[in-house]
Design a binder for this molecule. Structure first.
Ligand code: CAA
Length: 380
């Protein structure tokens, strides 16, 4: 078992840290306050190869591994959780299924420019009445004589949806008695009948715009079908195995930002005759947070290493996401407590981390769903 990063991984980590500290951190509070899509940062991430990290160069990717992806996503998310999820959606939820299931044409025309960050991708599974119970979606697509599909329905909370050139839409394409089959379709906003609602107003990750999408008889040409007909649900689930590594990494970054601020503040703030870092009550909060953060990082890196090996990692990704996201909520909560009243104001930026943390327990599978996935493997 090796815990050391390779030279390349260390270099990526350092590059991501320098970039995030210099270019993202100074604007992160403003992005959050204004709920402004970070156009300039998305371009810079594209230049660094961060929007398609673990994909082969011949498909527009950076040729890195998933461990590097975790390291970079943590650094970016430490500066700005919105930028972290934009990176994660493009890499994990869009480029990954395109690489695994895309046709040669899709890889050349859609994956390569998206992995290079010249265009963006999104992933549309959730619907207004179907979140955790994804199988019960209502969006449906009917096969036409020319091999195209006619798509009807809606999807909501689609992160990067307002900005994406393509969104993978999962739709019911066949009913066989009680059983339904789903197919994945690549949908573009310029397809007739596709409407985007204004972006959602949210508690956190306010700069990473998400929205509802409506499909009214959208004709999806057959070249835009992703993977085999009827295999959509498995593609959706398998994609989330990777996506959950990205969200776990985002949680690591948010928690680290909060913990670093708590440590700095504890050394500076005077009370009871010295810095509050001398008080055991504060030390315990710092110690618990440090242990939990490091444990979450190990779980996340393990899931990424398994993905790099090509091994099934459904349970390991779910464990990483479950633990990292709940850790993130606890760590940001404690960090705010260390700051007392100052943590509750916007002055130290703690409240942003506290708000951003919360979504990591919800999207790409709630903590409750993560426990179901983990238990299923444990009990099998
Ligand atoms: N990889 C490949 N196949 C898988 C799989 C995986 N990880 N997980 C399940 N499957 C397969 C199963 O083997 C099964 O195949 P068969 O029909 O051949 O037997 C099929 O998929 C159905 O599996 P289940 O019976 O386990 O399905 P289920 O209906 O009981 O649901 C669930 C399981 C785990 C609850 C699933 O619905 C789920 O993960 N729900 C959460 C959805 C979710 O995470 N949504 C997040 C939205 S995305 C998002 O948030 C993006 C964003 O904007 C940032």
């Amino acid at each position: 078992m090796h815990f050391d990063l390779t030279e390349d991984q260390q270099l990526i980590k350092q590059t991501a840290r320098d970039f995030a500290t210099r270019q993202i951190e100074p604007v992160a509070a403003e992005l959050d306050k204004e709920a402004r899509w970070p156009t300039e940062i998305v371009s810079q991430m594209a230049e660094l190869g961060f929007l398609g990290m673990a994909f082969p160069p011949e498909h527009g990717g950076g040729g890195m591994d998933n461990v590097s992806y975790v390291l970079a996503t943590e650094e970016v998310s430490r500066a700005c959780a919105s930028c972290g999820v934009i990176m994660s959606v493009n890499n994990s939820l869009f480029c990954d299924p395109l690489l695994k299931h895309g046709t040669e044409w899709q890889k050349k025309e859609i994956l390569a420019p998206t992995a290079r960050g010249e265009m963006l991708g999104a992933y549309g599974l959730t619907e207004p009445a179907s979140g955790s119970d994804a199988h019960t979606m209502k969006t449906a697509a009917e096969l036409q004589g020319d091999g195209s599909y006619l798509l009807n329905g809606s999807k909501n909370f689609i992160t990067c949806g307002p900005e994406a050139e393509h969104t993978i839409i999962f739709a019911i394409t066949a009913r066989d008695g009680k059983r339904v089959r789903h197919t994945a379709l690549l949908v573009r906003p310029d397809m007739e009948g596709f409407t985007l609602a204004p972006h959602d107003e949210k508690l956190g990750i306010r700069a990473a715009h998400s929205c509802t999408m409506y499909f009214d008889n959208v004709k999806v040409p057959k070249e835009y079908v992703l993977g085999a007909d009827g295999k959509g649900f498995k593609i959706a689930m398998n994609t989330l195995d990777g996506g959950r590594i990205g969200i776990a990494s985002q949680a690591l970054g948010i928690a680290r930002a909060a913990l670093e601020k708590a440590i700095a503040y504890a050394k500076e703030r005077q009370a009871f005759g010295g810095p509050i870092a001398n008080l055991q009550a504060i030390q315990w909060m710092i110690a618990d947070s440090d242990v939990e953060l490091q444990a979450a990082r190990l779980l996340t890196l393990r899931a990424a290493a398994l993905k790099d090996k090509g091994a099934r990692h459904s349970a390991e990704s779910a464990m990483a996401k479950l633990y990292a996201s709940e850790m993130c909520t606890r760590v940001t909560h404690r960090a705010l407590q260390v700051h007392g009243g100052y943590g509750y104001t916007t002055e130290y930026g703690l409240e942003r981390h506290y708000r951003d943390a919360r979504i990591t327990e919800i999207y790409e599978g709630t903590s409750e769903i993560m426990r179901i996935v983990i238990a299923k493997t444990a009990l099998s």
